[in-house]
Design a protein around this ligand. Structure first.
Ligand SMILES: Cc1cc2nc3c(=O)[nH]c(=O)nc-3n(C[C@H](O)[C@H](O)[C@H](O)COP(=O)(O)OP(=O)(O)OC[C@H]3O[C@@H](n4cnc5c(N)ncnc54)[C@H](O)[C@@H]3O)c2cc1C
Length: 286
């Protein structure tokens, strides 16, 4: 197996163009598991650990540009203010060791429906920056990035360079059901982001469909009927839960049944909206 070790982004893109079958490795918390268990034997690994810029984040043009190699630990320590939903989801990932190595870029690269970063990225309307040597940069909205189970819009010669996440303008929450409190892949998960200025609520569903997805009808319901100056109407909250559950299309598997997941998505949708709404009203009253 070849081991390619670029030290600049341009070298990384050239290596991927040269050998599209080379598997990128960032934190290695997915890739190394697959190699150790002999689930994957790629002809080459493209180690992105030497490309320093991937580990950086910046606030530019009104959004946070998070390099593909920024580990969860940095999201938690440094970005809890502007990206509370993503930071909350990051806190639930694996263990401290996994959060030190694992990255949002790697979560996107793996494109598992159970990846914890996806629901908050969807709720915040994040955009994935990908690039190839041949065609340059493509900006792919998160909602268009996930194409199937562990399948994304990334072409074989492309690499993920960053993800652009608008900083929160309102409360954000992430909720995850697992069979225990730590080191657990989500049975299912739900993220919410309130955008009070636009009078819009974003959602993200995890581990309850072939891909992470938004609960579109539930979002539309709130856009049409939510009174941003009043307490949450219980009937509207119930309907939001129902429409969120209806957006799920889960399967039965070792982690949970489809019926349980649909039920849990409805519960988490109601819960996260309630938490976020309480924060919203508190902030208005202050
Ligand atoms: C013990 C354990 C617990 C875990 N718990 C969780 C959990 O709770 N929640 C969760 O979501 N995940 C969990 N994971 C999975 C994993 O940690 C995450 O998916 C993590 O985000 C992967 O990041 P990484 O940098 O380690 O990716 P890597 O393993 O380096 O790569 C993952 C995938 O992305 C591709 N890739 C990486 N970087 C790029 C790039 N720049 N461009 C294109 N493709 C790229 C790789 O080729 C590979 O296909 C766990 C894993 C382990 C081993």
């Amino acid at each position: 197996m070849d081991f390619l070790r670029p030290t600049t982004w341009e070298e990384a893109l050239a290596a991927k163009a040269d050998q599209p079958e080379a598997v990128p490795i960032q934190g290695g918390t997915d890739v190394m598991v697959e190699i150790n268990f002999d689930l994957r034997r790629p002809p080459a690994l493209l180690d992105l650990g030497g490309v320093a810029e991937l580990r950086e984040w910046s606030m530019t043009g009104g959004h946070c540009r998070l390099g593909a190699g920024v580990p969860y630990a940095a999201v938690i320590d440094e970005l809890g203010g502007p990206l509370p939903g993503l930071a909350q989801a990051s806190r639930t990932v694996g263990s401290p060791q996994i959060r030190n190595r694992g990255t949002v870029g790697g979560n996107l690269g793996a494109a598992s429906p159970a990846g914890d970063s996806h629901p908050p990225l969807l709720a915040a309307r994040a955009v994935v920056e990908v690039e190839s040597a041949a065609r340059g940069v493509r900006m792919i909205p998160a909602a268009e990035f996930y194409l199937g189970v562990k399948r994304s819009a990334l072409e074989p010669d492309e690499l993920i360079r960053a993800v652009h996440v608008p900083p929160a303008t309102g409360p954000q929450y992430f909720s995850k059901v697992g069979t225990r409190n730590a080191m657990v892949i989500a049975v299912c998960s739900f993220a919410i982001a309130l955008h009070p200025r636009e009078r819009r609520v974003g959602t993200g569903i995890g581990s309850a469909a072939p891909t992470p997805r938004r609960a579109l009808e539930a979002e539309e319901l709130l856009a049409a009927e939510l009174d941003w100056d009043a307490p949450l109407d219980p009937a509207l909250l119930r309907r939001f839960g129902e429409l969120s559950a209806r957006a799920a299309a889960p399967i039965d598997d070792v982690r949970g049944t489809a019926a349980y997941r649909v039920h849990a998505i409805g519960v988490m949708a109601r819960r996260t909206l309630t938490w976020a709404w309480n924060d919203h009203l508190e902030k208005r009253a202050a």
